[in-house]
Design a protein around this ligand. Structure first.
Ligand SMILES: [Zn+2]
Length: 108
């Protein structure tokens, strides 16, 4: 083979390599955007003491799950509190608020 064939093969290889890198970069950016979206929505964990029934709501910690036993109850200090629910509160859209107002007025 002469040099031109080598050069052509090399450029083809480079183009494929660049394509793969660019595609991977795009995917990473999308994942990062999703992660930042999740961070903007405040997640809340509701904990309940199985002994005295004390309920505490606090920001969600990573790797927490429902029925997991977490920190001790601040009220009776005897048992660990259990994660009862994990949720986030979405803000209402202006349309939802208007609809609720109309509904309330109708059923007064
Ligand atoms: Zn308790």
């Amino acid at each position: 083979m002469d040099w031109t064939a080598y050069i052509i093969l090399y450029t083809i290889f480079l183009m494929f390599y660049l394509m793969i890198i660019l595609r991977r970069k795009k995917r990473l950016e999308q994942q990062r955007q999703k992660a930042s979206l999740m961070r903007e929505i405040p997640m809340i964990s509701r904990l309940k003491c199985p002994k005295c029934g004390n309920v505490v709501e606090r920001p969600f910690k990573h790797y927490e799950y429902v029925v997991q036993e977490v920190e001790k109850c601040p009220k009776c200090k005897k048992r660990k509190m259990v994660v009862e629910a994990i949720y986030h509160i979405m803000k209402k859209t202006p349309r939802q608020e208007a609809e609720e107002k109309i509904f309330e007025e109708r059923w007064k």
